[in-house]
Every structure is written in C-alpha cells, then in structure tokens.
Design a protein around this ligand. Structure first.
Ligand code: URA
Length: 280
C-alpha cells in the first residue's frame, strides 16, 4: 500500500460502491463488545415505556405502554432471554400492552442495532394476519412491517384479491431489523417467538398467511422449504387452544427477485380469497 492518502474521488467512488451494494453500517477494523457498553440485555426493574430510539413516526395506534416494571432476569443467557420473553408475552392482555413490553424488552440483541421496533401494521381486527420474516431498512426507519418494495408488492397482491391493509393485520416473526438485512439467527427467532405467538393469539385472525420459508417453518413447525409447502393449508395452534387455518406462500422479496414465480404467489392469494369466501 502506498502512503499517499486516497484522493477524494476514489473515496467517493468506494463509498458509492458500498451504498450500491447495500452496506449501511460502518464497522471498525477491530471488534468492539458493544453489549459491554450497554445496560445488561435483561436489565432489571425498568419502567416502561422505553425511550423512543429515533424521531421516526410511530404507529397510529401508539400503544399506551404499561407502567409496570419488567421481571428480573436471573442472568443474561439466551435461554434466560427466551424465558423472560415467554413470561412477558404471556402476561400481555392486549396488543398495545404486548407492543409496550416488546419495546422495553432487551433480551434480543437486534434491538440495539435497529432504529425502531416494527411491531405491526394494518387492522388487528382483520380476518387475515400476514407474518413475514424481519423488517428491512424502510421498515426499520418507519417502524412498521412491509413498508418498502416488498410491502408495495404485497399490497398489489392483496389488492388483486380485494384486500388492503385496513382489512389485514401484518407482522414479522422478528420485529427488529437484522443489521445489513441478514437473515435472523435461529437464536434471535427463538427469543422473539413468544411475542409473535402472543401477537397472533391476541389478534385472533381467522386465517394466517406465512410469507416465506422462515415464517412458515417457525410458525407451522415444519422443516420443508417454502417451494414445497407454499399453497398448502396447515393448522396453526394458538397458545389459547384456538386452531387457525394457515397458508404458506412465497415471500414478496423472493418474488421481486424471481418474477416468474409470481404466478405461484397469485395462486396462493386466490386460495386465500376462496377460503375467505367460504369456497374451500
Ligand atoms: N420483509 C419482511 O419479511 N418483513 C418486512 O417487514 C419487510 C420485508
């Protein structure tokens, strides 16, 4: 390497290249243990609500977060985080309360790199609940699921079967954006799972639409990939014993990358329409 400082144009070109490639986090060359600089993941005795993390708009139905302290976690292991998540999720008596508890929960490290919690969008009273994988950059900025290009395609698919977000409820199995849009780890999914399970239970939809493999595999407890499971109806067993008809379909982000597969997506949405109309 030469000792000459890189010129401004070269630096600009390199920066442009990184932006094009989707790099949106600056990391140092030597690792830092950021969590050592944070309060412990399962901080004891904090009052809700948590401080808003950015000035990005919150959901219209901003939750009246419960002003009660979180239970103490014994230690900061992933198992403790999952245990605390189960306790908290189970204790929520409404979606607003659940959102408040999730906003204050510090057992999932994704919370610390995300700008916002993207808890839900749409109508929790809708007959259909759609569940995707995890927020992307747009969702993270806005604080709601499916706001970017995938969300726009999702809206077009919903419109094709006479639905819109005033009629459906939308969430993700993981409510914080994984850095750089990486896939959430199994551990992150496991820690967040009690929250999405309780969210489904409290919303109580008639139909559940799992968008993509991770949502289908984690919610429906199946191992097969989405290309094998899409278009098939499953039974989702909610924690309160209710059985919800669940359909697995391709994720809109996949359909954007593989437009030829859109016909399969349309087919699944038509199957949902028929089920809503009591025709299946
Ligand atoms: N992809 C998802 O799975 N969820 C979102 O909210 C956005 C993109």
């Amino acid at each position: 390497m030469s000792d000459m400082p890189p010129d401004r144009e070269a630096l600009q070109a390199l920066l442009d290249f990184h932006v094009e490639a989707g790099v949106d986090l600056a990391l140092d060359e030597t690792p830092h243990n950021r969590f050592a600089e944070q309060p412990p993941p399962t901080a004891p005795e904090r009052s809700l609500p948590a401080e808003p993390r950015t000035e990005a708009p919150r959901q219209p139905s901003a939750p009246a977060t419960p002003a009660r302290p979180l239970p103490k976690a014994a230690a900061g292991t992933p198992e403790d985080a999952a245990h605390l998540a189960r306790e908290l999720a189970h204790s929520a008596q409404s979606l607003e309360e659940l959102e408040g508890l999730l906003a204050a929960f510090e057992g999932c490290s994704l919370k610390f790199s995300a700008k916002n919690l993207a808890f839900a969008d749409g109508n929790p009273q809708g007959r259909v609940m759609l569940v995707g994988e995890a927020p992307g950059a747009d969702e993270d900025r806005i604080g709601k699921p499916f706001m970017g290009r995938s969300g726009q395609l999702l809206d077009r698919m919903l419109a094709a079967v006479g639905l819109d977000r005033t009629q459906v409820y939308v969430a993700n199995i993981v409510p914080w954006r994984p850095p750089g849009n990486r896939t959430p780890t199994p551990q992150e999914v496991a820690i967040c799972k009690p929250f999405i399970a309780r969210q489904i239970e409290l919303a109580g939809p008639e139909f559940l639409l799992c968008l993509g493999g991770p949502a289908a595999q984690n919610l429906l407890d199946i191992k097969d990939g989405i290309l094998r499971t899409r278009g098939r109806w499953f039974t989702y067993k909610a924690g309160d014993g209710r059985e919800i008809k669940a359909l697995a379909t391709l994720h809109p982000a996949y359909l954007l990358r593989q437009p030829l597969q859109k016909r399969l997506g349309w087919r699944d949405f038509q199957a949902l329409r028929r089920a809503l109309d009591g025709k299946d």
